[in-house]
Design a protein around this ligand. Structure first.
Ligand SMILES: [Mg+2]
Ligand SMILES: [Zn+2]
Length: 199
């Protein structure tokens, strides 16, 4: 069984710049690819779970969400890193564009994307799962799916920690960025292995 890290996209892996209409504007946060590569090499699954409401709001079509996610994979690949799977929620209740304006089960902090990943990949270890993100909804997702939650200070994270957004659930760890988040996760996984003792 593989440990798994569910990763938010905007503000966590790439710079938060609002709705990204121009694919070329997508830029990785410093160190993100190298950090992800450490997960890849440690045999820890790295899975993107992202809320993307740009199509629901009519800013662009759903295919643009794919282009952005593909560009992210491309930038990661340039540095030898990869996401093992990509899930996005295109929904937003009440948004104007059909068929996205619905109340769904996948918009974070709902667990739909995480449950789909577990269903599709039975080798993922639910007992050793983590969620990393820059919003309180990412930490709530962690709570809702029984994972450990890590809040990064990049993106909206700093503002969340300052109390500028509603703060419902405490993270298991507050990280400066994705690099220190993954440091912490790999250390935590190592400690759990030690706890298990000799087989
Ligand atoms: Mg985010
Ligand atoms: Zn959804």
């Amino acid at each position: 069984m593989k440990p798994v890290v569910f990763l938010d996209r905007d503000g966590t892996l790439n710079e938060e710049i609002g709705y990204i209409r121009d694919v070329s504007k997508l830029a990785l946060i410093k160190g993100a690819a190298a950090a992800l590569k450490r997960l890849n090499e440690a045999g820890v699954a790295a899975i993107l779970v992202t809320n993307q409401t740009g199509a629901a709001r009519g800013y662009y079509g759903e295919e643009h969400i794919h282009r952005l996610n593909d560009r992210l994979q491309e930038l990661l690949a340039l540095e030898g890193a990869r996401l093992d799977a990509v899930y996005y929620c295109p929904h937003l209740e009440g948004a104007p564009v059909d068929p996205f304006g619905i109340k769904c089960q996948c918009r974070k902090p709902e667990v739909g994307m995480v449950e789909e990943a577990f269903a599709k990949s039975p080798d993922l270890d639910r007992q050793r799962s983590y969620v990393v993100g820059d919003k309180s909804t990412d930490v709530e997702l962690a709570r809702n799916c029984g994972a450990k939650g890590v809040l990064v200070r990049t993106g909206y994270g700093e503002a969340v920690l300052k109390g500028e957004y509603q703060w419902k659930v405490e993270p298991d760890f507050e990280a400066g960025d994705i690099v220190s988040a993954i440091d912490w996760i790999l250390t935590d996984l190592g400690a759990r292995k030690a706890d298990a003792g000799p087989v």
